[in-house]
Write a protein that binds this ligand. Structure first.
Ligand SMILES: Nc1ncnc2c1ncn2[C@@H]1O[C@H](COP(=O)(O)OP(=O)(O)OP(=O)(O)O)[C@@H](O)[C@H]1O
Ligand SMILES: [Mg+2]
Length: 294
């Protein structure tokens, strides 16, 4: 039995099979509920998988990637940051990368579905406006959750919940936000993100020379490679999986990728940001602008 604000909800969800998706605005307690649910599933002697689709304030793996962690026992619960699988999105907000974000989430849900009792999907806090609603609509379409739990503060979820109920057959329930939830200020978020990037770029770092033909999307002919300096990349293994992150470095006409995950890399996916490896500050870039000056 669980007490606390969401005790009855946790007891109910932990008994289910299938895919549960948690949605809600910033600081509504999604990740805390996800963790509590994983713990409840394990305590009940069942297995779970955590799909962390938050690409900024990540729990599984580094920012800019969705992450999958199988949770079969207590030790998995205490090592959530070490992913079983990653999928590269290349930004810390879904604006402009809705396609990548939806596919990256659905790919991990598919990898986990049917291999555990319950898949728990923790989503980004984008819920409003055309971008947030489009994201949630297509996530719903591809991830096919059995149940959606909306963590609601006031009436902010009404539009998106109404939409999901109208267009999909999954059960969509709302729960109120725990009054003890403390909003994280922007500085706390920045610090959490910087720490996660620091872990992803922990020494020993290597510098691998890269040819201009290894990129997705493909580089336009005659591109000034200097424009790629500082751009974040996802290291791909050749079977669709992301091995980890890298940052491009351009020096006297030579392009290198700085990474600690270079073994087995076959190709590099270009991200939509530059990452400063000294400060872990991020700067959004538009790839079209980088590659074509558009
Ligand atoms: N039931 C609770 N009791 C006390 N504190 C809580 C509870 N749930 C969450 N918190 C705290 O509130 C803060 C925000 O919670 P959490 O990170 O789970 O929210 P979130 O919706 O995942 O936020 P984000 O928008 O960053 O993804 C955290 O510091 C967490 O420790
Ligand atoms: Mg969260």
């Amino acid at each position: 039995m669980h007490d606390g604000h969401h005790g009855a909800l946790l007891d109910d969800l932990a008994r289910r099979r299938g895919v549960v998706m948690l949605v809600g605005g910033p600081d509504t307690g999604k990740s805390t509920l996800a963790r509590d649910l994983l713990a409840a599933v394990v305590a009940a002697g069942k297995t779970a998988a955590y799909v962390d689709a938050d690409i900024d304030q990540t729990i599984v793996g580094p920012p800019t990637c969705t992450g999958l962690k199988f949770v079969r026992d207590e030790s998995d619960l205490s090592s959530l940051s070490q992913p079983d699988q990653l999928h590269f999105v290349g930004a810390i907000s879904p604006d402009g990368v809705v396609l990548q974000q939806v596919v990256a989430t659905a790919a991990l849900v598919d990898a986990a579905r049917d291999r555990v009792d319950l898949v728990v999907v923790d989503t980004t806090s984008a819920i409003a406006g055309v971008a947030g609603q489009t994201l949630k609509y297509h996530k719903m379409e591809l991830c096919r959750p059995d149940i959606v739990i909306g963590l609601e503060r006031g009436a902010e979820l009404e539009p998106v919940v109404g939409m999901l109920r109208r267009f999909f057959s999954a059960q969509v329930d709302t729960a109120s936000v725990d009054p003890d939830v403390r909003p994280a200020n922007p500085e706390t978020r920045r610090a959490h993100r910087a720490k996660a990037f620091a872990a992803a770029f922990a020494e020993p770092l290597q510098r691998w020379r890269v040819r201009s033909t290894v990129f997705a999307p493909t580089l336009p002919e005659g591109l000034d490679l200097g424009r790629l300096d500082g751009v974040l990349v996802g290291l791909q293994d050749g079977s669709g999986a992301c091995l980890g992150l890298g940052v491009l470095e351009h020096d006297e006409g030579v392009l290198r990728v700085v990474t600690n995950q270079g073994d087995g890399m076959r190709g590099l996916r270009l991200g939509s940001m530059r990452l400063d490896l000294a400060t872990f500050d991020v700067h959004r870039v538009r790839l079209g602008e980088v590659m074509f000056g558009l």
